[in-house]
Design a protein around this ligand. Structure first.
Ligand SMILES: [Zn+2]
Ligand SMILES: [Zn+2]
Length: 313
């Protein structure tokens, strides 16, 4: 063996040991029982090029996947986060804008296509059940063919839809208590935020909302608040370029939250960590982390994290 090659092997062995140590210390003993992973951090249905995927947020509680929202690309993002799609056990839809529910049916289909047993309970506002049924009808030919041809189970029996139209306790088991509250997202009435209380952490996910003091009440004392955010100068620049976007600006202002107001909600709630996600606009890569967070910081003195896809908090 020549000297250089031996040196290379030695140093790569050292590197491998280093990696293993890193895994043990960061992902081993110190790994939290409740893990939060942002799968998609871009607001809106447009599939963009800026690197952000459409909305989806994952909690792993004792390694059981609880998924909030199913924007386009969620299956891919789960895989990139190291979570096999058929492992998803619970899904929570915040509201029925398509950036939050587009891939609910495909997610269930993708879990089914693996061919292993799975069971998904999905929770969300009215419309959820019909949406799932409609998806199965959309793929009826394929599903029927595969049941006969490949001996697969009927996927319709593997998904259970649970609809609710009032805030309250959504799910309670020995891992977690999940509660919901209504948020302000006109014109959609049935729009919710979710709170996950586990033995080691409390995490609140805002869903889509305009400034909502009720959300601060709901998030009181949580460890982490994941809140949507909108950056107005970028919206105004868009309106300048496309005057027809004026109507869009009005909708966005009524339905989403400006950075200073996100800071207010986090401060009123007294959370330890605020995570910005669901960025509007989500595909303007020129907006810096500092621009997203500057006005938030004026109101909130805790930790502020500008979210990115696949970031774990
Ligand atoms: Zn949205
Ligand atoms: Zn929405």
């Amino acid at each position: 063996m020549n000297h250089n090659r031996r040196e290379f092997l030695l140093s790569s062995a050292g590197f491998a040991v280093g990696c293993r140590l890193f895994e043990t210390s960061v992902l081993g003993q110190q790994r939290k029982k409740t893990r939060l992973i942002l799968l998609g951090t871009k607001g809106g249905p447009r599939v963009g090029e800026s690197g952000r995927s459409n909305p989806a947020t994952l909690l792993l509680i004792d390694d059981v996947p609880y998924l909030v929202d199913c924007g386009y690309g969620v299956t891919k993002q789960l895989i990139l986060a190291g979570v096999a799609v058929q492992r998803v056990r619970y899904v929570f839809i915040t509201h029925h804008h398509s950036d939050h529910n587009l891939e609910l049916g495909p997610l269930v289909y993708n879990a089914w296509s693996v061919g292993l047993p799975f069971k998904i309970d999905a929770y969300g506002p009215p419309g959820l059940r019909k949406m799932a049924e409609d998806f199965f009808n959309y793929e009826e030919f394929d599903i029927k063919t595969r049941i006969v041809d490949e001996g697969r189970a009927d996927p319709r029996k593997l998904l259970t839809s649970h609809e609710f139209d009032k805030p309250g306790v959504i799910l309670e088991n020995d891992q977690v208590r999940v509660t919901s509250t209504k948020v302000r997202h006109p014109p959609i009435e049935q729009a919710y935020a979710y709170r996950f209380d586990t033995p080691d952490r409390s995490i609140v996910i805002s869903g889509d909302t305009a400034y909502s003091p009720e959300l601060a009440q709901f998030a009181k004392g949580a460890d982490v608040l994941v809140h949507e955010v909108m950056y107005l100068p970028a919206i105004d620049a868009l309106v300048k370029r496309l005057p027809e976007a004026k109507r869009l600006r009005e909708h966005l202002l009524a339905a989403h939250t400006l950075p200073a107001d996100v800071g207010k909600v986090a401060a009123q709630a007294g959370v330890k960590t605020l995570v910005l996600s669901h960025f509007v606009p989500g595909d303007d890569a020129s907006i810096t982390d500092e621009q997203w967070s500057a006005d938030v910081r004026k109101e909130f003195k805790g930790q502020i994290i500008v979210g990115r896809d696949l970031m774990e908090i």
